[in-house]
Design a protein around this ligand. Structure first.
Ligand code: UD1
Length: 360
């Protein structure tokens, strides 16, 4: 990969799970990073700095410039953005709890949609038209065929969070059609799991998670008595749901590859799946987790979860051909790295902070 003469990348949501892992890879590839976050879901240490970003600096031995900035505060965003020349933006900041998004939809639309609009307007005013957008396989809705290629129809999504990703992609479509300066890649993530192999950063397990791997490791830690497996009667190899789990470090290197692609060629708007292309069932993930960690994960098979689909996995050829990127890390590594992070930080970033402000 090459940074070309691009130096500075502006990262929104930099203190989050995917944002922090991505910043590690950006710094290690030679970029400077300016990160913003509103820190509402972050742990702030006594010196006023984000625990996650401090650990990113520890891993890389490099500095991250970071600002407490909410995308809804456009004046503040303009001020922060105009402090330096930005070569490209990676936009992660969003709220993403599927269940919550159905209860407070307006809050989700305001935060995710207006946040994205403010960002695009500030970028345009500053003459920065390069963007990598953090999208999701959720935009495909119920798959009509597997593995899913990027030209699979989108829309028909069953939750508000997913619709915000879909609407932003539609908006990107419209602006890139109308204004030729824009050069954008939208990355559709499959199921990001795992943690940095250092064990210093990861998905904060003290939050109320409903995703599978954080839940498995909460059970393995003894914080929860058992895992409920939602559905044992799907038309899959063992009756449980199938997903394409991707190690968060692979996901992060996918962003570095996307930056190189945007630098090399004016693409207007291109969309890529970031997954491994391999479907793994819930039971397979549980068994692999038990095997590599030696921990036990008791489970019970329950009814299907509303809105869940039977199977989803990516066709990854386009990213391989055009970005020169392919996921390398195995399900074993995903489990081992997640467990290292979880077992050494049982209370997430609050494990090392006396007065963590993280609301749970
Ligand atoms: C969820 C989100 C999706 C988001 C993705 C990010 C929903 C409906 N969708 O996808 O929008 O992009 O996370 O990773 O929440 N499972 C159990 N027991 C559990 C938890 C999960 O059996 O306690 C099963 C699910 O039924 C599913 C699989 O594990 O088959 C993965 O679930 P999860 O981690 O929640 O991810 P998704 O539902 O695929």
């Amino acid at each position: 990969m090459t940074t070309g003469d691009w130096k500075t990348i502006f990262v929104t949501g930099g203190a989050g799970y995917i944002g922090s892992h991505c910043i590690v890879e950006l710094l290690e590839s030679g970029y400077n990073v300016v990160a913003i976050d509103n820190f509402t879901n972050s742990v702030i240490e006594e010196d006023g700095k984000s625990a996650a970003l401090k650990r990113v600096e520890k891993i890389t031995g490099k500095k991250v410039t970071f600002h407490n900035c909410d995308l809804l505060d456009k004046e503040r965003l303009e001020e922060v953005f105009s402090k330096q020349k930005i070569d490209c933006v990676i936009h992660f900041a969003a709220i993403k709890a599927v269940g919550e998004s159905m209860q407070i939809p307006l809050h989700y639309y305001r935060n995710n949609m207006i946040g994205a609009i403010n960002l695009l307007e500030v970028m345009k005013a500053a003459g920065c038209f390069q963007l990598v957008f953090s999208s999701s396989c959720v935009v495909y809705g119920e798959p009509k065929s597997l593995p899913i290629t990027e030209d699979h129809p989108t829309g028909n999504i069953t939750n508000v969070y997913g619709r915000t990703k879909y609407f932003i992609e539609e908006m990107l479509n419209d602006i890139t059609a109308a204004e030729k300066n824009w050069n954008i890649i939208s990355l559709r993530y499959f199921n990001p799991v795992g943690a940095h192999p250092s064990g210093l950063i990861g998905e904060d397990p003290t939050k109320k998670y409903t995703n599978l791997m954080p839940y498995i490791s909460q059970v393995a830690m003894g914080f929860k008595p058992e895992l409920s497996i939602f559905g044992g009667d799907y038309p899959t190899k063992d009756g449980t749901g199938i997903r394409d789990y991707i190690h968060v470090v692979d996901l992060a290197t996918g962003h570095v590859a996307a930056l190189s692609a945007l630098y090399r060629k004016h693409l207007r708007l291109r969309v890529y799946n970031l997954g491994t292309g391999k479907g793994v069932s819930v039971l397979e993930l549980v068994r692999t987790f038990e095997k590599v960690t030696g921990a036990s994960v008791p489970y019970v098979i329950k009814n299907r979860r509303e809105g869940d689909i039977s199977a989803m996995y990516a066709d990854t050829r386009l990213a391989e051909e055009e970005l020169g990127w392919k996921a390398k890390l195995t399900v074993e590594q995903m489990c081992r790295d997640f467990w290292r992070w979880q077992s050494t930080n049982p209370h997430g970033y609050r494990s090392s902070v006396k007065n963590g402000n993280s609301e749970k």
